[in-house]
Write a protein that binds this ligand. Structure first.
Ligand code: 13P
Length: 266
């Protein structure tokens, strides 16, 4: 497995993307269960990306703690005004949202979000103190023709490479191969490590000081049983979890694997 040539200690993240799932009552009880299981001494950072309408109450349930925060699953590319149905980064910040997913493959595919919009969304986040979790990843046909790195490089260049080095350092990337999302077919640890190391090298070539700092999460069928192997990879700084984040026991088990991998590194 290729090792990172840019070693640096980065705090790992376990993020749950609830997508368009859960009733209000289910969302609150999931938040309570996670909050109860996450101790202050947890070594990784937990992020819950709930549907917009629950965000404020999820934050109330988890309490204002350093180790656990909320994320929006999307954010408008516009500042404010007559954009019916949109939610601005300023609105999100005003209710305590600290992170926002940008460019999830479901947004690209079902809502035709393009590179220009995604770059604008990243900008709106950073203008409002929200950390973008920028999602990238290739489709199955692109992997089968060995174009995965080219595709991911294009996505990253188009939406992130206009940032300053310090803005990029604090942003987060989530590598989510489309063929692994919701399919039960996760990338192998070697595939994940290879892509993450390549992404870091790409960043290094333009932003040498950001490459060791930026956190790169893996997403796509992460479960309680494959999380440890992924967290053991040098360039995998955590996970963005879909289906398994909806079940408290599974998500908590992934958090424990992450804490364990941090302890192994210490
Ligand atoms: P699954 O974990 O359900 O494959 O979803 C991954 C994902 O899309 C997280 O954003």
């Amino acid at each position: 497995m290729p090792k990172s040539s840019i070693p640096m200690k980065r705090q790992k993240i376990v993020a749950g993307n609830w997508k368009m799932n859960l009733s209000y009552a289910q969302a609150m009880s999931l938040s309570d269960a996670i909050a109860a299981a996450v101790k202050e001494e947890t070594t990784c950072e937990i992020i819950l990306a709930s549907p917009f309408v629950y965000l404020h109450d999820v934050l109330r349930r988890i309490g204002h703690r350093d180790c656990i925060s909320i994320a929006a699953q999307n954010v408008s590319d516009k500042v404010q005004g007559a954009y019916t149905g949109e939610v601005s980064a300023a609105m999100l910040a005003s209710v305590g949202v600290e992170f926002a997913l940008v460019g999830h493959s479901e947004r690209r595919e079902f809502y035709s979000e393009n590179d220009n919009q995604l770059a604008a969304k990243v900008d709106r986040c950073l203008e409002n103190g929200i950390i973008p979790v920028f999602c990238c990843g290739e489709r199955l046909a692109e992997r089968e023709t060995n174009r995965q790195m080219e595709v991911v490089a294009e996505q990253l260049t188009a939406a992130l490479f206009h940032l300053t080095e310090s803005q990029l350092s604090e942003s987060i990337i989530a590598y989510e191969p489309v063929w692994a999302i919701g399919t039960g077919k996760t990338a192998t640890a070697a595939q994940a490590q290879e892509m993450h190391a390549n992404i870091r090298q790409l960043i290094q070539s333009r932003f040498p000081n950001a490459a060791g700092k930026i956190r790169i999460l893996y997403g796509g069928s992460v479960t309680a049983s494959n999380a440890s192997e992924l967290f053991a990879c040098n360039d995998v700084d955590g996970a963005l979890v879909g289906g398994a984040s909806l079940k408290a026991a599974d998500f908590i088990s992934i958090i424990h694997s992450c804490n364990q991998s941090e302890r192994n590194l210490a």
